[in-house]
Design a protein around this ligand. Sequence first.
Ligand code: THU
Length: 142
Amino acid sequence: MSWDRDSLIAAALAAADKAYAPYSGFHVGAALGFADGSVVTGANVENASYGLTLCAETVAVGKLLSDGQRGKLEAVAVVGGKAGAVGVGAPVSPCGRCRQVLNEVAQLGGTDPIVLCVGADAVLEVRLSALLPHAFGPANLV
Ligand code: THU
C-alpha cells in the first residue's frame, strides 16, 4: 500500500463518511500516512455525554497504537464539514488535544509530519511543530 497527497486526502474524506456525529452533525475524517506507505484512518465518534467525544485524529491514533503499529508519520490529512458537505468549508485543523495526540506518534517515529488541513478553496499545509511548538512528549519522560 502506498499513498500520496491526493490519496491521503481521499482517505480522510472516505473516513469522514463513517463519522458517528449525530449531535454536532460535523463529520471529520483523518488519515495518517507513514513512510512505509501505510495509511491509518479515523472518524469522529460522539457520545450522548457530549464531552466524551473522540476526534477523528485521536481515533486514528488509537487504532494505530492499539493495533501494535508504529512507524514514521510523514503526513496527516484532516477534513470535515456537515454531512453531505464535508470539505466544502474552511480548512479544518486539528484541535489542541489532537495536536498533542499526533505529537506522540510523531515523536515515537522521529518525524515532524505535514498536516494537510483540507478546505474547499485551499489545503493548508503546516508542520505539526508549527501547530504545537515546544511540544511535551515521550522524550521528556526518559
Ligand atoms: N472534531 C474532530 O474530529 N477533530 C478536530 O480536530 C476538531 C473537532 C470533531 C469533534 C466533534 O465531533 C465535531 O468535530 C465538532 O466539534
